[in-house]
Design a protein around this ligand. Structure first.
Ligand code: BES
Ligand code: ZN
Length: 720
């Protein structure tokens, strides 16, 4: 047996049978396929629309549990039995397509939730947990023959022990961190990451992006901590009434429920604009706030607050530029919460408060484009939301395009072009890989039925999406294109859009704005559809003057390396005046363009640039990848540290993947040469590194990161 660690080995075995365990333990025998799954959700949201919710949460930091009650205000689309004058209207088309959905119940999505009781307007209601699916979770069916317009679901999340029984690799939106896992190492921390379909792990909800609702929340948590949600934050009801003097009734559903804890603090939250479930967010920890401008600021742990505030100083300007481009900023405030290093993403565009990885705090403001990206989501995504996860490119492609426009306004075209060139480099890599393994996933419009929507999270949505929109801009001219975008955002604000709606409106606009005849329109239409529905992509022409020097140096060094010439003998590398002024992106471009290098040349590079000492995670990541590619053993200790220092999936996943891939290749090669004899993967430094690092680091990763990496360690492959 090659697996070194017993616990990891046991874990991997468990992994292969976990679907079964989960299903049997939690929910009895599943009856899949009984009812429709629409849009990765079991809910019947076309029949009954949860347009407002009042959430009451007790956050138990010690036992790592949430006790919640959620009051749903429901609008029944077909049978208006109760007074529903506040509820939104529904379209004819929506009604027709929902005729086959259950009409006398409300179905919610849940995953890992214990439902305690559900109250209706005339007492306790009947409910059951039905259907069960590894990806989708469990449906909560609430019988509502009277079509109540208000119901209250009392629930809690699983305790640690319950999670263990179900499956250790259960994915949950919430990560609970011990003090040691935070920056200041003094207090525990918890945060959510609901996108794409994990809101259901902390809140029973109709978890489809097509469903929008407003919310109020009352949150109890230990009094020495702080809390934020994706909503306006109020210290008390009196504070709330200052903003909404006429809305005294908004919090009337609260107060019956008393916290389970003695030393607690209560905060109130109000989201007056309709949002979808994947934008529901919460974080509790020891963090403070610093204002950066009229409507914006940053939350971070006390030890990191000043640094974060310095790094993000341009935020107010970004908000102004973005508003000038696409219309008024709708969400009142724009804040950023800096999370501990285990946050699985770079950023998450939770309304009012973007969640961000601390790895963008580099001390030189070089990675702030990530904030421009999350800010841009305030329009593309949060105002106009992808209707299904198959339309994910509408969220991300638009956002990368807008991010680039914001960056251009703030820092100039050269800077924005530099980011575009780096994006193109990443896209090329993704395309190469996907064209080989899953060509259909290189389409902008995806087909994720029966799959985890996470599968759509590739550079296709982001970068191919961006290059398609850039192509549109070039075809139409910026002025007209901007006019179209403004119109499009206005039309779909606080609602959803899908690929087909976008195409129709784009083609209509094109035809009515260009009188060059039907042939031109027909060609435009053909290309648009090609971009969206066909695999692969048309290489755009983009250039960055900023990156030319870095590109030149990589090419030069690749040439020397190929001829077995040592860099050390080449005079002047360390004195190259250009490299003195390099910032993060130059290094990234430089490292990404290097071939695998000889031991001596890697050592020389490191001695000049000190990559193995860098605390800049972007640079560190590329250095790790180059080191694995080059088999440069002296950097393996650094890789081990890096895998233990950060939990952002974009960094750690590819490193494990590369280490395993290299091990597999070496194993295959070895077997080819030696037909017999014993060979264990433990003999390979790459495999040892991956296993050792993961053994130490995996418990600190967010479950989104951990479960992705678990799949990499799938051991069937190794036996071959
Ligand atoms: N909304 C995404 C993150 C996301 C997408 C989480 C889908 C879960 C499912 C966020 O806006 C994002 O794109 N983050 C990027 C940063 C960006 C600069 C490309 C990331 O986390 O790397
Ligand atoms: Zn995004």
């Amino acid at each position: 047996m090659f697996l070194k660690s017993i616990s990891l080995r046991k874990y991997i075995l468990l992994f292969s049978i976990f679907g079964l365990i989960q299903v049997v333990f939690a929910h009895g025998i599943p009856k899949l396929g009984e009812k429709i799954v629409r849009n990765h959700s079991f809910s019947n949201y076309k029949v009954v629309n949860p347009y407002k919710l009042d959430l009451e949460l007790d956050i138990d930091m010690q036992n790592q549990m949430i006790y919640g009650s959620v009051t749903y205000h429901l609008k029944w689309n077909f049978r208006d039995k109760r007074n529903q004058k506040n509820a939104p209207k529904v379209s004819q088309k929506g009604m027709l397509s929902a005729m086959n959905d259950p009409q006398d119940m409300a179905i919610f999505d849940t995953k890992g939730l214990v439902i305690e009781k559900i109250e209706g307007q005339s007492g306790l209601l009947d409910w059951k947990l039905t259907r069960s699916d590894k990806i989708l979770g469990t449906a909560l069916e609430v019988n509502l023959p009277q079509h109540d317009s208000v119901i209250v679901i009392h629930y809690r999340t699983y305790s640690k022990q319950e999670f263990k029984k179900v499956d250790e690799s259960f994915i949950s939106a919430i990560q609970w961190l011990s003090p040691e896992q935070t920056f200041d190492k003094k207090q525990p921390f918890m945060f959510s990451q609901s996108q794409a379909i994990l809101a259901r792990t902390w809140l029973p909800c109709m978890d489809a992006p097509a469903v929008k609702f407003t919310y109020n929340a009352k949150v109890n948590f230990p009094s020495n901590l702080n809390a934020v949600m994706s909503a306006q934050r109020y210290e008390g009801i009196a504070d709330f009434l200052k903003d909404y003097p006429t809305k005294a009734g908004e919090f009337k559903n609260f107060g019956k429920h008393i916290s389970r804890f003695s030393d607690f603090k209560t905060l109130y939250f109000h989201q007056s604009l309709p949002i979808t479930s994947y934008l529901m967010a919460i974080a509790v920890g020891d963090f403070n706030f610093k204002k950066l401008g009229k409507q914006c600021g940053v939350y971070a742990e006390p030890g990191l607050l000043e640094k974060a505030a310095w790094e993000f100083a341009d935020l107010p300007k970004m908000i102004d530029s973005a508003s000038a481009l696409y219309g008024k900023y709708a969400w009142k405030e724009y804040n950023v919460l800096v999370l501990p290093t285990s946050f699985p993403f770079g950023g998450m565009e939770n309304p009012v408060v973007t969640f961000a990885t601390p790895t963008i705090i580099t001390g030189d403001r070089s990675l702030v484009s990530l904030l421009a990206h999350e800010l841009a989501h305030s329009w593309s995504g949060n105002l106009v939301t992808n209707e299904t996860w198959d339309d994910f490119w509408l969220n991300e492609g638009f956002t990368v395009y807008f991010e680039s426009r914001i960056m251009e306004k703030l820092y100039g075209k050269d800077y924005a072009d530099m980011l575009t060139v780096l994006g193109l480099g990443e896209l090329r890599k993704t395309l190469k890989d996907l064209m080989k393994n899953a060509p259909a996933d290189t389409r902008l419009k995806l087909d994720l039925k029966g799959r985890n929507p996470d599968d759509g999270l590739t550079d296709i949505a982001y970068e191919k999406g961006r290059f398609f929109l850039l192509w549109c801009e070039q075809q139409m001219g910026r002025k007209k294109w901007d006019k179209f975008l403004n119109q499009y955002f206005k039309k779909h604000a606080f609602s959803t859009s899908n690929t087909e709606v976008f195409i129709k409106e784009l083609l209509d606009f094109y035809t009515s704005n260009y009188s060059s005849g039907w042939m031109v329109s027909a060609n435009f239409s053909k290309s648009v559809k090609q971009w969206i529905y066909e695999i692969g992509f048309q290489e755009p022409k983009v250039r960055s003057t900023y990156l030319l020097a870095a590109e030149g140096l990589s090419a030069h060094l690749n040439g020397l390396n190929q001829q077995n010439i040592s860099f050390a003998k080449e005079k002047g590398l360390s004195l190259n005046p250009e490299t003195k002024t390099w910032t993060t992106h130059h290094y990234l471009h430089f490292l990404r363009n290097l071939d695998s290098l000889s031991f001596a040349n890697m050592r020389y590079l490191d001695s000049v640039f000190h990559f193995s000492l860098t605390l800049n995670s972007e640079i560190a990541f590329d250095w790790c990848m180059l080191s694995i590619k080059s088999g440069y053993l002296p950097a393996y200790g650094f890789i081990d540290q890096f895998l233990n220092r950060v939990g952002r999936r974009k960094f750690v996943y590819p490193i494990y993947e590369k280490l395993i891939e290299v091990s597999q290749l070496k194993a295959k090669a070895w077997k080819k040469i030696n037909n017999q004899g014993s060979f264990t993967l433990e003999q390979l430094p790459e495999f040892n590194l991956a296993l050792d690092a993961y053994e130490k680091a995996n418990s600190g990763y967010h479950s989104v990161t951990r479960t992705s990496i678990d799949e990499l360690f799938h051991f069937d492959e190794w036996k071959k």
